[in-house]
Unconditional design. Structure first.
Length: 171
């Protein structure tokens, strides 16, 4: 298995931590915090730069995550039934780094920022699964050079290296 963000091979267990598939019981618990919503092929759920980024659990259908660069797009990943969207930016309420678009029609559970935070804070099991996936996704994005901060400086500068280390430690 290859990670589309970095092109590096992922072990099966690593992929399962980054993109876990939730059980029916877990999905039901998430549904209690949000609402079911139909999705249609081609529908853009989140645009790059959006500030209000919902959390989605795919019940049926598929959602692709792409990075728009001018007229081109780079595929980051595809979320299938039982998987959820998002990464660390979602917790802090920061702007979306990517576009989220439906590739197969179906249904999702949608939670806004506050509902997602309440879920993570009140359900220890789901909170751990979501937080682990969010952090590992961010690590993969940073490793692939797809963060939301750009450091400009000489690779031979001690100051540049210190700032780079600081940014890496803080995701």
């Amino acid at each position: 298995m290859t990670d589309t963000t970095s092109g590096l091979p992922l072990t099966s267990s690593r992929a399962e931590e980054i993109f876990p598939i939730l059980t029916l019981a877990q999905i039901r618990r998430i549904a209690a915090h949000g609402h079911m919503r139909p999705i249609q092929r081609g529908e853009v759920l989140v645009e790059q730069g959006d500030s209000a980024v919902p959390f989605f659990v795919v019940v049926s259908g598929e959602i692709e995550i792409v990075r728009p660069l001018g007229a081109a797009e780079t595929l980051i990943t595809v979320h299938r039934p039982g998987q959820f969207t998002g990464e660390v930016n979602m917790l802090s309420g920061r702007r979306a780094l990517f576009r989220m678009r439906v590739t197969k029609p179906g249904e999702v559970i949608e939670l806004d920022h506050q509902q997602m935070l309440a879920l993570v804070q009140t359900d220890a099991e789901l909170g751990e699964i979501v937080m682990r996936a969010f952090l590992l996704r961010r690590v993969e994005l940073v490793a692939a050079g797809m963060g939301d901060a750009v450091l400009v400086g000489s690779t031979h500068s001690a100051g540049t290296l210190q700032i780079k280390e600081f940014l890496m430690r803080n995701g």
